[in-house]
Every structure is written in structure tokens, then in C-alpha cells.
Ligand binder design. Structure first.
Ligand SMILES: [Zn+2]
Length: 178
């Protein structure tokens, strides 16, 4: 609980800066700022064996529209994205790769899509159980190559040892936890 409170406090500052500079964004009450091309990733440890990754992103970073799918083409595209989710791109090793020494495996996987006011938001939570959490040293985020409309991820990390923000892009996509 304490970790979550710290995290919330840390997150406010970058969002306010983003809001001041981006035209095409609007904040939702419970969401991160909605900026096309950008996403937010929260990384935190919950106890001595759990690592949680929370991704919050506009849907436009993953599909070409931001409303409930209407015509056949959109339905196909949307279903294909959902299929991508269940295929393990997000839950397996390919989207987020934690260094193998930490011996982490996926314990929980939840996602949610919301369309509202002409914009869509995607939320993803992946929970890992790590056998050697002390050996946690890096998380590779490999979403950029699969989703070229996604340009940057603002990552906020809160662990027992570290509280730090990272700006991830295609050519700098590794969170260094040491
Ligand atoms: Zn939008």
C-alpha cells in the first residue's frame, strides 16, 4: 500500500508537464494523460517475490481508430489486436523481458479497453512471481517494434531499492534497475 502511494505522488509531475505541452491530449479522471504516441508504464514490487507492470496507453498506439469498431475492416483490425493480446505478445517474454537471473514468471494478466469521447484507452496489468527478486536488474520493453505508432513510454519504477523514472523509445527500451 505504501509503495502505491509513493508511486501516485511520483506520477503527477511528468503528467502535468505533458499536459502543458501536448495539444492532442485530455486527461481522464482515473487515467494517465492521454497523449497519442505516448504510454505510461508503472513498475513496482509488492512484496519480496512479486513484480507488477501496469501499462496505460491510448488505443491509437495499437490500432488505427479510437472508437468502438464499426465496419468490417475495423472489426477485423480490433479482433486481430485482441488476438495479439492472447497470443502472448504481452503476457509472455516478448513484450516485457525481465532479466532471467530473477527467475520471474507471469502469475496474472489483465487488460481493459475503454472507448469514450472519441478516444480509447488501453490498460494492461501483468503480475510476475520472481523466485530471486534480489537479482532483478533489467526489464526490456519490446513494444515499439510491434506497434510503430507507439513512440515513447514514460516508465516509473518503485522497488525497495530504487525510485526512478525512465523515458523509453525504440532505441532505448531497457529499464536498468541496478
Ligand atoms: Zn485519443
Amino acid at each position: 500500500m505504501r509503495t502505491r502511494l509513493i508511486l501516485t505522488a511520483l506520477l503527477c509531475i511528468p503528467f502535468m508537464n505533458a499536459a502543458a505541452h501536448e495539444e492532442e491530449e485530455h486527461a481522464h479522471e482515473a487515467h494517465a494523460a492521454h497523449v497519442h504516441g505516448a504510454a505510461v508504464l508503472n513498475v513496482f514490487t509488492e512484496d519480496d517475490s512479486t513484480v507488477v507492470l501496469e501499462l496505460d496507453s491510448p488505443m491509437i498506439n495499437f490500432i488505427s481508430f479510437e472508437h468502438k469498431p464499426g465496419d468490417e475492416k475495423q472489426i477485423t483490425e480490433y479482433n486481430s489486436f485482441l488476438k495479439t493480446l492472447s497470443s502472448g505478445i504481452f503476457s509472455g517474454d516478448s513484450a516485457f523481458r525481465i532479466n532471467s537471473e530473477a527467475a520471474c514468471f507471469v502469475k496474472g494478466f489483465e487488460h481493459d479497453v475503454e472507448f469514450d469521447d472519441g478516444h480509447g484507452d488501453f490498460e494492461l496489468t501483468v503480475t510476475y512471481r520472481c523466485e530471486k527478486i534480489d537479482s532483478l536488474s533489467s526489464i526490456e520493453v519490446n513494444l515499439f517494434k510491434n506497434f510503430p505508432a507507439l513512440h515513447s513510454i514514460s516508465a516509473q519504477v518503485v522497488t525497495e531499492k530504487l525510485q526512478k523514472g525512465f523515458e523509453l523509445k525504440a532505441d532505448s527500451h531497457i529499464i536498468n534497475l541496478k
